[in-house]
Design a protein around this ligand. Structure first.
Ligand SMILES: [Zn+2]
Length: 150
């Protein structure tokens, strides 16, 4: 079930995705990590400071070594966390599971332009609750017009 709180955070993640350096070879994604108490603990976006970093990866990297309690935390991401990628050793779905997050809220499943993504299935198989709010997906498509050509 999604809530008004979920929609608000997801909209903020979509707004964040507009900051991604433009690319026709990769998506522009924004991601925000919110702890169980409802406070934001990290955020990231695609190609933030590094050419191939993914949004979820960037947000989680900032938490490494901080001792932040991520039990019950939610990852809000404008697009489905990757289950296959052309750059980087670990997928975002793997990183989310490894970090101990228990919930992911997303707007758009990854369109099959670069790889066949099964991030939602991968996360659910690992016991992560996945909530999709597809009516916000059109905005994510618009942000990714350079890749999706519409
Ligand atoms: Zn990724």
């Amino acid at each position: 079930m999604d809530s008004e709180e979920d929609r608000r955070w997801l909209r903020t993640a979509i707004e964040l995705s507009r900051r991604c350096p433009s690319s026709t070879a990769a998506y522009a994604v924004g991601a925000i990590v919110v702890a169980a108490d409802g406070a934001e603990v990290s955020r990231g976006y695609s190609r933030e400071g590094m050419p191939f970093v993914h949004a979820e990866e960037s947000a989680l990297a900032k938490l490494a070594g901080t001792g932040t309690d991520l039990s019950g935390a939610t990852m809000y991401t404008s697009m489905e966390p990757c289950s296959a990628r052309r750059s980087g050793p670990r997928t975002c779905a793997e990183l989310i599971v490894a970090a101990g997050l228990t919930r992911v809220v997303l707007a758009l499943r990854e369109p099959p332009v670069f790889v066949h993504c099964v991030g939602v299935e991968t996360l659910r198989a690992a016991g992560v609750e996945v909530v999709m709010i597809p009516d916000l997906g059109a905005e994510v498509v618009a942000v990714n017009a350079a890749v999706l050509g519409r």
